[in-house]
Ligand binder design. Structure first.
Ligand code: ADE
Length: 357
């Protein structure tokens, strides 16, 4: 399998992930970048931790596609960032022994961007479009017949002599990923055969992710150390993997390089990541609602402006975890702190809220 990335540059082939061996490394200070993510990415469905309902569905689709020698159905994965949507797409390509081209909606600005990619595909290959809810109308309309009948509708000539030409396309599979399934247009959503939400990971699943990543990076770690990192990763493998690297650096500098319960705790405390996995922005957001807005409700735009973040980042990156953990609530009039939220930050629950719970 070859992965063409970097997310918005589909022309640049990325070398197949190379296993890092400790003896190849100058030091354990491996830069955290795309190649780090590619190295630790699972290649097979059996190596992919968590999302068991989705994996079962996918295994059947993969087996059926192989047996029938037909491309796998178009798929839409949605859910908060960092849960492994791109990883899963590359696992599917690998399992089907086919190529995947990775791009994202903002890179598909002009009709020729999407037409160029579609025409470069071969039968059975996968096109992965990240942030698919951000496709513009023209690009979406090019995709409808492409997804449904594997045709491009091209027009030639000027007003009076205009002719529509149906250009056949290879039988490809589109995998779309989005953090906002609700923002996808109905006609586009209807063209996906499999639509699946990725869930936050449990602490046990993240512990497995941490142990697996540490092993690939040749970092010494014990189960207790892995559990501490897992518990502070906001249910998100991308965060867990980043923290493994940060904690490993800390362990090398401050002790013997091994990640234990104590080194993990000290390192994460130094990074201001508390035991619930909340970081400084999470806490600033909740403190703002409590201290400036009496616990809410307060509008998203107001929160974003006060924190100096954009509303989309607050909504897509920070809120999903705070909502899932029940620290904040969404109401028609804005965001509110829940009793758990007050408790988490060490505040007394206001009496008006106590009567409700
Ligand atoms: N790295 C990131 N996500 C992963 C997952 N779900 N399983 C294994 N390794 C991962």
């Amino acid at each position: 399998m070859a992965i063409f990335s970097d997310d918005d540059d589909i022309q640049k082939p990325i070398k197949p992930a190379k296993k890092e061996k400790s003896e190849n490394l100058e030091s354990k200070e491996i830069a955290f970048d795309k190649s780090f993510e590619n190295n630790i990415r699972p290649k097979k469905l059996s190596e992919y931790i968590g999302q068991s309902a989705l994996k079962n569905t996918l295994q059947i689709s993969i087996d059926a596609s192989k047996k029938r020698q037909k491309q796998i159905d178009h798929m839409l994965f949605y859910g908060p960032p960092g849960l492994g949507k791109t990883t899963l797409a590359s696992v599917i390509a690998n399992e089907l022994d086919t190529k995947i081209k990775v791009t994202s909606a903002p890179a598909l600005e002009r009709p020729r961007d999407i037409i160029g990619i579609l025409m470069s595909l071969k039968n059975g290959e996968i096109l992965f479009i990240d942030e698919i809810h951000r496709l513009n109308k023209v690009t979406e309309e090019i995709l409808y017949p492409a997804m449904e009948d594997f045709f491009l509708d091209m027009t030639t000539g000027k007003t009076q002599t205009v002719k529509t030409l149906r250009v056949p396309l290879p039988h490809f599979t589109l995998i779309g990923a989005t953090t906002k399934a609700g923002a996808l247009s109905g006609p586009l959503r209807d063209r996906f055969g499999i639509i699946h939400k990725l869930e936050f990971y449990t602490k046990e699943e993240l512990t497995q992710v941490v142990l697996r990543t540490a092993k690939i990076l040749d970092i010494e770690i014990d189960e207790e150390g892995a559990k501490i990192i897992a518990g502070r990763s906001r249910g998100t493998p991308r965060i867990a993997n980043r923290l493994v690297k940060r904690v490993a650096d800390y362990a090398i500098v401050k002790s013997n390089g091994k990640i234990t319960k104590n080194t993990a705790q000290d390192a994460l405390d130094a990074l201001h990541i508390d035991a619930s996995g909340l970081d400084s922005t999470d806490r600033a957001l909740m403190n703002l609602i409590i201290e400036k807005y009496d616990g809410g409700p307060v509008g998203l735009e107001t929160i974003a402006a006060a924190l100096g973040e954009d509303a989309k980042t607050i909504e897509d990156v920070y809120e999903p975890y705070l909502l899932q953990e029940g620290f904040i609530q969404r109401t028609p009039r804005g965001r509110k702190i829940s009793p758990q939220g007050y408790r988490m930050l060490g505040y007394k629950i206001p009496s008006a809220q106590q009567s409700l719970f």
